[in-house]
Each structure stands twice: as structure tokens, then as C-alpha cells.
Design a protein around this ligand. Structure first.
Ligand code: GLU
Ligand code: ZN
Length: 504
């Protein structure tokens, strides 16, 4: 039975050998925050313990998997800085790391399970299964597979075969209670009626997740399985399969399991991967920093310390311990995510900040002619922007006044700032700014202050029409620094344009 594709039994691991964890998504849809949280916890666990991070692609569902999702997964991991020691493109001793390239191996394992009596052919049709399941439910009995094909005689098998019935391969779960200590939830016990025999290979020969996932964990010598709570019910089944693999010499130890808590979204409902709020790309496009997002996502089920929730990735790695993960559902709080991201933006040095903003200063975000971009002006204004942004994409609207011929026309801002009296104030401000010494923001502030005094207005009120005339908006970066960077000539021209619009 063993052939060139037979799984090679790995050499025994030394005592105290470093842990091996895996992140093993299916390439379907867009990466989402729940997935990233799982990747992050595995990665932090590996990096904290000096272990190995294995990245495996579970692409055995040709109908749902796509190359585009595969590429997005790799891109997301790289953007986040979650590197892997073994996996796609990197390779490693257990290559290939894409399940679609490991099919011979799964067939071989399934054959060995069948030959050893650990699995059997099940000829029940879906309709028959459904009828019996209903009957079991009605009678108040467990509704899992009832073991119908467990002990078929040779005659019964021959009869089914003669009928041309398709057969799946079903794993025989021993009738014993399964107990394991979850790294997050403590000891968990599953009684046999809750762990029925289950399919591992489809009638068409395609191996199922239920087989390929634990088989790869075994062959890749995974020591710790950290994954979402939604997979908890598959763990006792996988432990039963693991025991068979150990008896067949295909696995050494059952890994430790830790099930990470659910992430709840709006209305305290489970955040589904289809929820737009869950899409990683959304956070990327809005300009979350990878370290800001990782910081926030690490807090979904874990905490750094009682009085600190902003920390670097290095600090996270140093502190991370799966034993500190909380079993209770975690709530995704966008406001908190933004606040943490804002803190990370402040932590960048100015050069890193200006570089991080670059994508939002170009198409499709920029609302100015590309050739009008002025690097010197950008670098002059950047330090003022850095202390004010929550997400990097906000930069575009904050600096567009520097790169456009005319400020954006924002009617709401205009209506708010250009109340009666605004024209008079603007005319005085123009005069004072025109006479001011344009050497730093201070004289410009004094000019507007003085203009306000003429009309009995405090600085805040006097500032508003000037800001809207020059930037188009009621909110933005510090005004006098903005005027200075824009320059005297353009500032005065914009005030003139506003006065003209106001009929003066
Ligand atoms: N491919 C599986 C999933 O994305 C992996 C589950 C696991 O971590 O065991 O749900
Ligand atoms: Zn059956």
C-alpha cells in the first residue's frame, strides 16, 4: 500500500522541542478580522515561544476556493507582518503546504484507515439518512449517524455494490468518552452519543476537511491547535482520528487545543465573515496601520495588562500567553480600534508617518491634479496632521487645500461659517493678513485675532470664515500653520474669492 506518496513519518521530536502551530485558512472570500485574530494568536504564540509558525492553505473545496483569495491571504499576512517559517512560497520540510497538492497523501491515509478497520464504507443515501435522523429526533434519541453501515456483512456489501450505490468513507469513532484540556476553556468532556461516526471521504473520492485537517496537523507535527470557537465541536472527532493515526504510526501525539472566543459585532451578534465590518480590506483602505490593527485585534479575547492597551508588536510577542486568553465572547469595538490606531500613528517618527500616508495622496484618493502635489508643502504640514489623524485615509481631506486651485466646495461648511457679518470680518482679516509678517504662524494668528476684535468676535468665531474661505471646510489642521504653508498669495486670493462670492 505504501507508495512514493506515502506520508513519511517524521523523526521523533526531542523532549522540550519548540512548539509548532499552524494557521490554515481556506482561500474563500476576503480575509476578515476573525481570521486575522486567529493568525495573530498563532503567530504571537510561535514567536513568544521560539516555535514554528506553519501556514497551510486548506484549498480542498474547488467550488469555493479561488486563486484570488489565496493571493489576498498571502498579501494580508505580509502587510500585517505575520511571517511564517513554513508554508506557501517559503516551503519547508512538510511541503507542499497547499492541500490541493496533497491529494495522493490523503487517499493513502484513507486507505490505511479502511484497511485497519478505523473507517468503513457507508452506503446510506442522503435521503435514508434524513429519514432516520428525523425518526431519531422524534423519538428523542441522538440524531447523529446511527452506525447503520458499521458492521455490514460481506453479503450486504456485495448487495449494495451490485445496486451501484455510491459509498462514502466514514470514520468509526470508538464508543468512549473523550476528554481534553482546552488551553482556553479548561477540561472538556464529550460523551459518545455526541461524537457519532462521520464522513471523511466523499463518494467521488474527494477527502473532506474532517480528514485532511487533522491528517496534516499530524504529518506536520503540529503541537498546538489555536483556532476559533466555531470549530470546537470538531475537536473530539479529530482527537478520535488522531488516536487511529497514532496506532497506524502516522502521528505521535495529540496536539493541545485552544479555542479562541467568538467575536461579536453590532447588536451583540456574532461577527460573520460576510459582515462588511469584518473585512480586513476595509481597515487597510481606511488607513489602519498594521501595528494598530494587530494591537486592537489582540485585545479580542486577550489583554496586555490592566492599565495598558496600547503596545507594540514586539511587546505583544513578549507578553503573549495563550493561558491568558478569555473564553468569553469578545466585542468588536470600532471606536476603540480607531483610538488605538490613532495612538500608533502618533508613535511613528515623522518620516515613517509621511511615507505611510503616501497611498492616500495619490489616485484614487487624491482629489487634485497629480502634478499639483507639492512635496515641500506636504512635508511642512505633515507634523500637524500626524497628531490629529485617527486613520491615514483622513489625510486626503486634511491637506487637499494645499494642492487644489480652489478649495473644495462644501456647502454645509460654507453655510455654517458664512453667517451675516462674515464678509465684514473677512475683509478686515484680509487687510490684516496682507499687512502681516508671514514668518511663522504667530503673526497670522495675531492678524485674525485683531480682525476679530474690530468686529467684537473671539478668535474661534473670527477663525471660522477664514478657514472655510481658505480650506473649504469648517474642520481641519491648525489654521495658522495651514495658512503659512499655503502662503500669503494664495491665502489672500482665496479670501478675495470668498468675498466675491459673498457679494463684496
Ligand atoms: N480551514 C479551516 C477553516 O478555515 C481551518 C480550521 C482549523 O483551524 O482547524 O475554518
Ligand atoms: Zn451508512
Amino acid at each position: 500500500m505504501a507508495n512514493a506518496n506515502s506520508p513519511k513519518l517524521p523523526a521523533p521530536r526531542e523532549q522540550g522541542a519548540p512548539p509548532r502551530v499552524r494557521f490554515c485558512p481556506s482561500p474563500t472570500g476576503n480575509p476578515h478580522v476573525g481570521l486575522v485574530r486567529t493568525a495573530l494568536f498563532n503567530w504571537a504564540f510561535a514567536r513568544h515561544s521560539g516555535g514554528t509558525m506553519v501556514f497551510r492553505i486548506e484549498d480542498t473545496d474547488a467550488a469555493r476556493d479561488s486563486e484570488e483569495s489565496y493571493a489576498q491571504l498571502l498579501d494580508a499576512m505580509r502587510w500585517l507582518g505575520l511571517d511564517w517559517d513554513e508554508g506557501p512560497e517559503t516551503g519547508g520540510p512538510h511541503a507542499p503546504y497547499r492541500q490541493s497538492q496533497r491529494m495522493d497523501l490523503y487517499r493513502d491515509v484513507a486507505d490505511r484507515l479502511l484497511a485497519g478497520g478505523y473507517a468503513y464504507h457507508c452506503y446510506c443515501s442522503p435521503e435514508e439518512l434524513e429519514v432516520r435522523r428525523e425518526a431519531a429526533r422524534a423519538a428523542g434519541r441522538p440524531s447523529g449517524y446511527d452506525g447503520h453501515c458499521r458492521e455490514l456483512t460481506a453479503e450486504q456489501v456485495a448487495a449494495y455494490e451490485a445496486e451501484g450505490r455510491p459509498a462514502i468513507v466514514r470514520f468509526r469513532v470508538p464508543d468512549e468518552t473523550i476528554t481534553f484540556t482546552d488551553l482556553v476553556r479548561g477540561e472538556l468532556t464529550f460523551t459518545p452519543e455526541n461524537v457519532p461516526d462521520y464522513g471523511i471521504v466523499r463518494a467521488n473520492g474527494a477527502p473532506l476537511y474532517t480528514l485532511v485537517n487533522p491528517v496534516d496537523d499530524a504529518l506536520m507535527e503540529i503541537t498546538h491547535v489555536l483556532r476559533g470557537e466555531d470549530l470546537l465541536s470538531s475537536t473530539p472527532r479529530q482527537i478520535a482520528l488522531y488516536k487511529a493515526l497514532i496506532e497506524l504510526g502516522l502521528a505521535k501525539d495529540i496536539p493541545a487545543f485552544g479555542h479562541l472566543p467568538y467575536v461579536m459585532g453590532e447588536g451583540n451578534k456574532k461577527l460573520s465573515k460576510r459582515d462588511p465590518q469584518a473585512s480586513l480590506n476595509l481597515y487597510r483602505e481606511r488607513g489602519f496601520l498594521p501595528e494598530g490593527l494587530l494591537n486592537y485585534l489582540s485585545l479580542l479575547g486577550w489583554s496586555f495588562s490592566a492599565d495598558q492597551d496600547v503596545f507594540s508588536v514586539a511587546e505583544l510577542v513578549e507578553k503573549f500567553d495563550i493561558a491568558d486568553v478569555n473564553a468569553n465572547p469578545a466585542r468588536f469595538d470600532l471606536k476603540k480600534a480607531e483610538a488605538i490606531n490613532a495612538d500608533h500613528i502618533r508613535r511613528l517618527d515623522v518620516k515613517a508617518f509621511t511615507e505611510a500616508c503616501e497611498p492616500w495622496l495619490r489616485a484614487p484618493y487624491a482629489n487634485w491634479e497629480p502634478e499639483r502635489f507639492d512635496r515641500a508643502a506636504w512635508e511642512a504640514i505633515a507634523p500637524y496632521a500626524q497628531t490629529r489623524l485617527t486613520v491615514l485615509s483622513d489625510i486626503t481631506a486634511n491637506v487637499d487645500f494645499l494642492f487644489r486651485d480652489a478649495p473644495v466646495e462644501d456647502e454645509a461648511s460654507w453655510a455654517k461659517a458664512m453667517k451675516p457679518g462674515a464678509a465684514e470680518l473677512l475683509a478686515t482679516a484680509r487687510e490684516k493678513l496682507g499687512a502681516a509678517d508671514w514668518a511663522g504662524p504667530e503673526p497670522l494668528k495675531e492678524a485674525v485675532l485683531a480682525a476679530g476684535e474690530v468686529h467684537g468676535l473671539k478668535l474661534g468665531k473670527a477663525q471660522a470664515p477664514v478657514r472655510v474661505a481658505v480650506t473649504g471646510r469648517t474642520v481641519g489642521l491648525p489654521l495658522f500653520e495651514s495658512l503659512e504653508v499655503l502662503g500669503r498669495e494664495k491665502t489672500l486670493a482665496r479670501i478675495d474669492a470668498a468675498l466675491a462670492r459673498l457679494g463684496n
